[in-house]
Design a binder for this molecule. Structure first.
Ligand SMILES: *Cc1c(COP(=O)(O)O)cnc(C)c1O
Length: 446
């Protein structure tokens, strides 16, 4: 559908790609010997159209952000309508309907108690905001009680990922987050072992033995505990047991530590619940949202907190929360977020996610039989194939493009998280492509 041919000649394409290779940074690749980039001309539905003419079925949702497909008429319309009024106004002293409606929706949809919304630019920034809120809350609380401030650290679990800015990076897994490179400047926080009990398996209470001990020993220093609920994404697509998250909530309550839940990857239906917290039936004190918030259109993030936290901060020494990005509450982003959430609810997202989950379970889980595969797992619209060897990204990427799919593996993981509107036969094409490359030695590092 709507597969428009590119207007770029082959030589124009090459000129663009050469400039890109020489001068444009891409995420997590060398600038002197970069992994190849493919030139995209347009995207419609679940199809990404390359300038070179190929059409690829998108298995990545542009890093977990696309929900309803590319170039959706309703999302386009929301943007156009907003742009015809105003694209942006400063949020200091001014406000607008798009931001207000969005915050109202977020308060209604998220777990109980999250009543105050701070809008910001990106996932990492929303984590910075969450950490700053927790620290400012503890500061205000100590000040009010005329107690010395001891709660200045965070705790998290290994294998976590919370973003690339400095505070967010300080709670990422120390190994994959490369803490040694930034050792001089990174804040030092506490790390508990990663959850071991898997989502679908039986719960072992030993899983929280060390976590409990860390809380018992360090709670006086702890402002907050931060965790990705149920799915540790970038840290390895690990799906852990809801009892673990419940235990985190209980320990935070017991020791007067705030619970920050990073739903940036898991929010808006991805795991089969609207928010992954619901698997454990818990409400956090602070929640971060991003990625899918605008259905993959524009960067936008939100940090929600309880009325108690907002009030404590506001009655503290500073009298306000010390943060305020230039593009806070951007009207274009809020307008498209409103439209994306409306579509999610209209489209019966539960049925969409269940359909993807069922199809992935039938097709992708059996790949575990392959000699190169260590484990396969599926949760909601997320499917992961963990290999015994790491992938050769350049080669596997080239093969996926030849097979008509866009899948971007990392480390030993080939995973897919398609837009919710994907059709069963398109899922079949994605999984068949994975099955094909598993047989190809040059797609893997020795
Ligand atoms: C992607 C991600 C972030 C960072 O979001 P950005 O928009 O890339 O800054 C933070 N936490 C989690 C769990 C994520 O998946």
């Amino acid at each position: 559908m709507n597969n428009k041919q590119t207007d770029l000649s082959l030589s124009q394409q090459n000129t663009l790609l050469n400039f890109d290779k020489e001068n444009v940074w891409h995420p997590y690749t060398s600038m002197s010997d970069p992994l190849p980039s493919y030139l995209v001309d347009s995207a419609f539905g679940v199809n990404i159209n390359l300038a070179s003419g190929e059409t690829l079925i998108d298995g990545m949702s542009s890093w977990w952000s696309v929900l309803h497909g590319y170039n959706h008429p309703k999302l386009n319309q929301a943007l156009e309508q907003q742009a015809s009024k105003m694209s942006h106004v400063m949020f200091g002293g001014l406000t607008h309907q798009s931001a207000i409606s969005l915050c109202e929706k977020l308060i209604t949809l998220t777990p109980q108690g999250l009543d105050k919304v701070f809008l910001s630019d990106s996932g990492s920034v929303s984590v910075e905001v969450a950490m700053k809120m927790a620290l400012q809350y503890q500061h205000a609380k100590a000040h009010k009680q005329k107690q010395p401030l001891t709660k200045t650290k965070l705790m998290t679990v290994r294998n976590g990922y919370h973003g690339d800015t400095f505070a967010a990076m300080s709670v990422c897994d120390p190994v994959t987050g490369m803490h040694q490179i930034f050792e001089q400047v990174l804040m030092k926080h506490y790390f508990a072992p990663a959850p071991q009990s898997k989502f679908n398996e039986s719960w072992s209470s030993e899983d929280v033995t060390e976590l409990k001990a860390l809380f018992a020993n360090h709670h006086e220093e702890l402002a907050a505990f931060i965790i990705e609920p149920i799915v540790q994404g970038t840290g390895g697509m690990r799906f852990y047991h809801p009892e673990y998250l419940k235990a985190c909530r209980n320990l935070c309550n017991k020791y007067d530590v705030l619970l920050i839940v990073d739903e940036i990857a898991t929010g808006f239906g991805r795991t089969g619940k609207l928010f992954a917290c619901e698997w454990a039936d818990i409400s956090p004190d602070i929640m971060c949202l991003g990625k899918t918030l605008t259905g993959g259109y524009i960067t936008l993030a939100a940090t929600l907190c309880t009325a108690h936290i907002a009030e404590t901060i506001s009655k503290g020494e500073a009298g306000c929360f010390m943060h305020g990005p230039t593009f806070m509450g951007n009207a274009l982003a809020c307008a498209v977020a409103n439209a994306s959430i409306d579509l999610l609810l209209e489209n019966d997202w539960q049925k969409q996610v269940k359909g993807i989950e069922k199809h992935l379970s039938t097709m992708l889980l059996p790949l575990v039989q392959h000699e190169r595969v260590k484990d396969t797992r599926v949760l909601g619209s997320i499917g992961a194939v963990e290999c015994k060897q790491s992938v050769n990204v350049a080669q596997i990427q080239k093969r996926f493009v030849e097979l008509g799919v866009w899948i971007r593996p990392f480390g030993q993981l080939i995973y897919i998280i398609p837009p919710l509107i994907i059709e069963p036969e398109q899922i079949t094409t994605l999984v068949s492509a994975i099955a094909t490359v598993l047989d190809e030695d040059d797609c893997f590092n020795p």
